[in-house]
Write a protein that binds this ligand. Structure first.
Ligand SMILES: Cc1cc2nc3c(=O)[nH]c(=O)nc-3n(C[C@H](O)[C@H](O)[C@H](O)COP(=O)(O)O)c2cc1C
Ligand code: SF4
Ligand code: SF4
Length: 469
């Protein structure tokens, strides 16, 4: 049985799954219920200065049959009295001494930071998370993302906190910035023990076509909110990877953003996170999702032979390269499994209008055919095909050659003009514009493509210009 427990920058937790600071961690009642269900830790709903919330507060992006594919909020930090929260943190820690309770904080002055850090330490918190991410309401008051977007200010506040902190300090970063590694490095310079990311992305999720106002609507008006949920996972993964790969960040990372299943969590971990936090999925489906998350993670680790979470932290990082380091000699093309094909022709339309005119329809069969010489291996057809594993991308090169753009640049073999024999698109057959109106375009296409490719290959053979090896 793999060991799911973690020690995140000194914060111990029975598993890597924490609830993110948000409505599910608004009270001791909820946090205890969550621990009882199996969550390993909870980052308490952000505590700080007094606030007043609006109603309504949330907006959703539905995509086809999927509700809340994206989620948006204009909620502020906790509006419950600080003293109630502190009392409840103390109670939770008494009942769940081995679970992680992290107090999320957001105040303004140095004195306020000192006071609140001491308060949550005295209440028994295992760690502190500094909320430098909230992109609405609090930033107008000089807090939240207003701090996260200014590395120097962020560093100063981290230094204030470290003056009194006796427990690990995590800095929660905002994605509303062009390079997230800048505030990550500032957090390290300030002395933080770890970082967490991402907080929500500034957004407008939709506009009411009758009221001419953005959602969520508050008395006929709206405001930008913070976006999260499954839709933001790709952005979060990229930012986690950027911080994990940066040589000057080198801090434990708590990955947040779009985590709904054990698979999402594993993706964050493989890109460098050593704990993960969940908000929208818990708001959507409740605390019970943790059962599938822990059992799925356990099964995956067993299958892969990972004994601890740390065996897989950052395991995918060596394979995340710059584009210029990818092998230009690697070649795949699409192949259709005739047994599986249902003849919907979605692949044909996608390739014809949105890619490289490399699929044709043949009379007498509903199964389209890939025109191999015109297929550039872009994947589009396999992505639109509704049948799993019906279109697969098959390797066509023999695996013996490896040449990157960087190597070509260094060797002086990059094309300098579009007509250059060494240029990639030179030998790709594109129908003449007028063929768009012709009736026979697809019946004739393969033959023409073949003729053209043969002519081109012959021209290339006799060309004086040396091809890159
Ligand atoms: C309604 C709502 C309230 C939130 N409140 C806070 C907060 O008080 N402090 C904080 O650091 N993050 C807050 N967040 C952000 C989440 O902690 C988390 O960073 C974000 O939702 C991304 O995770 P997800 O995709 O799992 O939802 C809030 C998010 C939502 C949806
Ligand atoms: S991989 Fe791209 S180019 Fe090839 S058939 Fe599919 S859509 Fe067309
Ligand atoms: S999209 Fe898939 S199922 Fe539909 S025609 Fe193409 S190969 Fe067949």
């Amino acid at each position: 049985m793999p060991d799911l427990s973690i020690n995140f920058a000194g914060i111990k937790s029975p598993n890597p799954f924490w609830l993110a600071s948000a409505p599910p961690t608004n009270s001791g009642y909820q946090v205890m219920k969550a621990f009882d269900a199996g969550w390993g830790g909870a980052v308490w709903k952000t505590l700080g200065v007094p606030v007043v919330n609006v109603s309504s507060r949330y907006g959703g992006v539905n995509y086809r049959d999927k509700r809340m594919m994206g989620f948006n909020n204009i909620e502020l930090i906790s509006d419950r009295p600080l003293s109630d929260n502190l009392r409840e943190i103390e109670e939770v820690k008494k009942r769940f001494p081995h679970h992680a309770v992290i107090a999320s904080l957001m105040v303004q002055s140095r004195q306020e930071w000192h006071d609140i850090v001491r308060d949550v330490q005295n209440a028994g918190s295992d760690g502190i998370e500094l909320n430098f991410g909230c992109p609405h309401g609090m930033c107008e008051r000089g807090m939240g993302s207003a701090v996260g977007q200014e590395p120097e200010v962020l560093q100063t506040i981290v230094e204030w906190v470290m003056e009194v902190a006796k427990i690990p300090v995590i800095v929660k970063l905002t994605p509303n910035i062009s390079d997230i590694t800048e505030p990550a490095m500032a957090a390290r310079r300030g002395g933080a023990d770890a970082i967490s990311l991402i907080n929500t992305i500034q957004s407008i999720v939709g506009v009411d076509l009758d009221l001419f106002a953005p959602y969520p609507i508050v008395d006929g008006k709206g405001s930008n909110g913070g976006y999260c949920g499954p839709a933001v996972k790709p952005i979060a993964l990229n930012m986690v990877k950027n911080c994990a790969q940066h040589p000057d960040v080198q801090l434990p990372i708590s990955g947040i953003g779009g985590i709904e299943s054990w698979r999402d969590a594993v993706e964050h971990i493989l890109l460098g996170a050593s704990s993960v936090q969940v908000c929208t999925a818990a708001m959507h489906y409740g605390f019970g999702i943790i059962r599938e998350m822990t059992s799925g993670l356990e099964q995956y680790m067993t299958e892969k032979g990972f004994h601890t979470i740390y065996d897989m932290v950052g395991k995918a990082l060596p394979n995340v390269k710059h584009w210029e380091d990818l092998n230009l000699k690697y070649k795949v093309t699409a192949e259709i499994n005739e047994e599986k094909c249902i003849g919907c022709q979605l692949c044909y339309t996608a390739c014809e209008d949105g890619a490289h005119q490399a699929i044709r329809l043949n009379e007498g069969t509903r199964v389209p055919e890939i025109i191999q010489e015109n297929c550039v291996g872009c994947n589009l057809c396999s992505l639109v095909c509704p049948v799993e594993q019906c279109i697969t991308m098959e390797r066509r090169d023999d695996g013996t050659e490896h040449l990157t753009w960087k190597e070509r640049t260094e060797a002086g073999t990059i094309p300098t003009e579009f007509d250059d024999e060494r240029a990639g698109g030179r030998h790709h057959w594109v129908p003449a514009p007028a063929a768009a109106l012709g009736k026979e375009k697809h019946k004739t296409l393969p033959g023409k493509a073949r003729q053209y490719a043969a002519a081109d290959a012959a021209a290339l053979e006799s060309s004086a210009v040396e091809r890159p090896k």
